[in-house]
Design a protein around this ligand. Structure first.
Ligand code: C5P
Length: 313
């Protein structure tokens, strides 16, 4: 019998996040271009009498350990579908967390996708890729992408994925802010700003979001300068409105020579695209010295999706 399984799952940055109108179900239609980057959570599952979640890592104190944790919900969803309810998804889930919490980098989604893949291996469930993706979509809009990784265009509320070709490695610096931002609060602020912008555009008649052809070309050719010219995030103004101090972080990265500076997803982590590793080190140093963020991370993408690292007997 397998005693434990460990899965590694990447963080993401949205190189384009085009937000459409508010839907009747409370979500927004998106054209969401995801790029997985090399910051990872590791999720380890082992048999236990009942469902238990533990977490280690610098931000572990901010991670909920109850059934609101997406990793716990993923285990319960798989157990229910495969008739393991009697055993209550009896499993110990340990999260070794390196992805910033509530930072707009899909850390919670990564843990959901990781726990799902790990429990599937631990229990020998043999769920198909389609079924795993379906469960991921039920857990949250960003969870399917955490499973597949690489780069993808997410339509619908972000869960309907088309894989994208990437022709090179893109180098990134991330500035982690103090505290998190609530994703629903950032979407609500985006709606509020649209209502009050004076353009007369209400939240219901926003144009359909479309992926940028120039951005997809830049990804395909691995051209960092072209990607920098095309990145956009419709949630950025909302995140900065809720956390005005992010403007100083964005300015510090731009002054240090980043090709592009943007809020990552719903924030408050900020993302800086740079030409190469040497530039990354320079921008990272400047961000640290600026005193405008809590910590700085250097990495690159695309990164592989959720991957089983080891299963021990
Ligand atoms: O799907 P997920 O649970 O990550 O979404 C969290 C919240 O973010 C939703 O309840 C909604 O308020 C907002 N959201 C949205 N439109 C999306 C995705 C998320 O409004 N496409």
């Amino acid at each position: 019998m397998t005693a434990s399984v460990t899965v590694r799952v990447p963080a993401k940055v949205n190189v384009q996040l085009a937000v459409g109108g508010l839907r009747p179900d409370g979500f927004h239609d998106l054209a969401n271009v995801f790029l997985a980057v090399g910051l990872y959570d590791e999720v380890t599952v082992a048999p236990a009498d009942e469902l238990r979640v533990t977490c280690t890592g610098p931000d572990a104190g901010q991670v909920p350990l109850d059934r609101t944790n997406l990793a716990a919900r993923a285990a319960l969803a798989l157990a229910e579908r495969h008739g393991r309810d009697g055993r209550g998804g009896g499993v110990h889930i340990h999260i070794d967390k390196d992805i910033p919490v509530a930072g707009g980098m899909a850390g919670g989604s990564a843990d959901g996708a990781g726990a799902l893949l790990a429990c599937d291996a631990l229990w020998g469930t043999g769920a198909s890729r389609e079924e795993l993706l379906e469960i991921c979509a039920e857990l949250g809009s960003d969870v399917p992408f955490s499973l597949v990784g690489g780069a993808a265009l997410g339509r619908g509320r972000g869960e309907l994925l088309t894989p994208l070709e990437v022709g090179g490695t893109f180098h990134w610096v991330f500035a982690v802010a103090d505290g998190g931002l609530s994703t629903p609060a950032v979407y609500a602020e985006c709606d509020r700003l649209r209502e009050t912008s004076g353009t007369g555009a209400g939240v219901a008649d926003v144009p359909d979001p479309e992926a940028s052809a120039a951005l997809l070309d830049a990804l395909r050719t691995g051209d960092a300068a072209a990607l920098a010219a095309a990145v956009s995030n419709d949630l950025q103004a909302a995140a900065v409105s809720l956390r005005p101090s992010l403007a100083a972080t964005l300015a510090a990265g731009t002054e240090a020579g980043a090709l592009a500076a943007m809020v990552s997803g719903s924030g408050p982590t900020t993302a800086f695209l740079v030409t190469d590793e040497a530039e990354a080190a320079k921008v990272a140093d400047a961000l640290r010295a600026s005193g405008t963020c809590r910590s700085v991370r250097v990495t690159s993408g695309p990164a592989a999706g959720a991957t089983v690292l080891r299963g021990s007997n």
